[in-house]
Design a protein around this ligand. Structure first.
Ligand code: S3P
Length: 168
């Protein structure tokens, strides 16, 4: 049976999964997928609208379905996931069965800086929040999610993680 090389990036919102994933895929010369974009393409709706119209549980179902489909593709690829994707429905176990998982462990202060700088508005889980609320939400998420992120096969720590570290 042909072996495929599948790499899945996991980590908190703002950790740079999509930016790094695109670069690594280019260096490895394999397709890049962004789970959130794949969900939007399948549903024909943007993520904030899916949350607003149907709520988080519906989003998590769609997210898991799309992730499972992607993981079973007969091809090599790099996939960046949304921050919550590995933390629901046993998804991290499946990721580890079918791919090499990589956790981008970015310091909380840097995540907060990036989210405050302007990315929070695009993320429904941080919508309409002030700086202090974003900080508390991030901490809460991290406490609940780090157990899943730490199941990743590889952990890259720091705020300046380079594509070259993964594309060897
Ligand atoms: C989410 C993170 C988002 C997106 C959705 C939910 C989360 O992706 O999947 O808004 O639960 O942390 P990013 O990690 O790219 O922000």
């Amino acid at each position: 049976m042909r072996q495929y090389n599948k790499m899945v990036l996991v980590g908190m919102p703002g950790s740079g999964k999509s930016t790094l994933g695109k670069r690594v895929a280019r260096l490895l010369n394999v397709p890049f997928f962004d789970l959130d974009h794949e969900i939007e393409n399948r549903d024909g709706t943007k993520i904030p609208e899916i949350f607003a119209a149907h709520g988080e549980d519906y989003f998590r179902e769609l997210e898991t379905k799309t992730l499972v489909e992607l993981l079973h593709r007969d091809e090599s690829f790099v996939l960046s996931t949304g921050g919550g994707a590995p933390c629901f429905n046993g998804n991290m176990d499946l990721i580890n069965q079918l791919a090499v998982s990589v956790y981008l462990d970015v310091p909380m202060s840097e995540l907060l800086f990036r989210l405050i700088k302007g990315q929070a508005g695009k993320r429904p889980l941080f919508a309409q929040m002030n700086e202090e609320e974003v900080r508390l939400k991030l901490l809460d998420m991290y406490q609940q999610r780090s157990v899943f992120y730490r199941m990743a096969r590889i952990t890259l720590s720091g705020k300046d993680i380079s594509a070259e570290q993964l594309a060897v």
